[in-house]
Structure formats: structure tokens, C-alpha cells
Design a protein around this ligand. Sequence first.
Ligand code: HEC
Length: 153
Amino acid sequence: MAKELKKQFGPLTKALLALGALLLLAILFFLFVDTPDDLSAGTTSKEKIIKMPEEDFDKVENGIHVATGFVKDEGMHLVIQNCVGCHSAKLVTQNRLSAEGWQSTIKWMQETQNLWNLGANEEKIIEYLAKNYGPVSRGRRKNLIDEDWYELK
Ligand code: HEC
């Protein structure tokens, strides 16, 4: 009886095993073939921050970094690396703060929004921000940059 069963199920078992192995191979194949995307998931690669081709990412027009809208100046790349992962660059560029103001905004984000320790870069980042996005000191306020007017209905 047992021998007969073995005879009957032997080929079936083999076929199932072969199928299983094939399936496993297929899964492995897809896992590995798909990794280029997955590998960058944990990094702050340029493509991840802003979906655009690498060669366009560095484009600067009229002193403005096109991809993000940041003013091209020393420290800009540090700001791009650290400040546009969680929210848009616009949230940064629409603000006008003194060095102290930027410092406390960063501190606030670190304490409440999981912003990481910026280490030695913090000084350079604050310097860049205060210089290019500092308070407008006197007279009338700066013209509104955001001209996304919408019609009232
Ligand atoms: C880990 C995530 C994270 C990173 C990285 C980050 N921020 Fe933020 N930031 C936030 C969150 C969350 C808010 C609140 C957003 C909202 O209100 O929609 C915020 C708000 C802000 C605001 C608005 C504050 C206000 O008073 O409304 C500014 C300005 C800002 N961030 C600047 C920066 C700058 C500059 C950097 C780089 C040094 C940076 N952020 C990096 C999470 C982050």
C-alpha cells in the first residue's frame, strides 16, 4: 500500500517541488531586479527628493536653483539635502527669518518633527538662510513672491 502510494505520488511530488523551486526563483528574480528603486528608498538621493533627471537638477536660472526655487549661494546644497525631505522647499523660501529665527525653527523641528541633528552643517545652513531669507529690514515689505492668485467664486 505504502509502496503504491509512493509510486503514485512520487512524480506529482517531484513536479510540485520543481514548480516550487521555479516560483522561488521567480520571486528572487523580481526581488533583485526591482532593487534599484528600493535601494534608494532610505537615502536622500536627488532623484528621491525631486523627481527629475540628474542633469536638470543642477540647473540655475537668474540665480535661482530651478528645481527647488532656492537662491544659488554657498550652502544651498546643504539646505537642499536637509530641508526638502519632509516638506516643500517653498515652505522654507516663503519665510523671512533672522539667524535666531532660523535657529529656533530648526530647534523646533528637531524637538517636535524628528529633524535630525545637523551637526557642523547647522551653522552653514543658518548662515545661508539668514543671508538669503532674512527679514526685510525696513520700509515696505517685499513684494509677494507667490502669485498663485485664484478667483473668488
Ligand atoms: C524631518 C522632517 C523635516 C525636515 C528634514 C525639515 N523640516 Fe521643516 N518642518 C517639518 C514639519 C513637519 C513642519 C510643519 C509643516 C507644516 O506645518 O505643514 C516644518 C515646518 C517648517 C517651517 C515652517 C515653520 C512655521 O513656523 O510654520 C519652516 C520655515 C521649515 N520647516 C524650515 C526647514 C528648514 C530650513 C529645514 C532644513 C534645516 C527643514 N525645515 C527641514 C519637518 C521637517
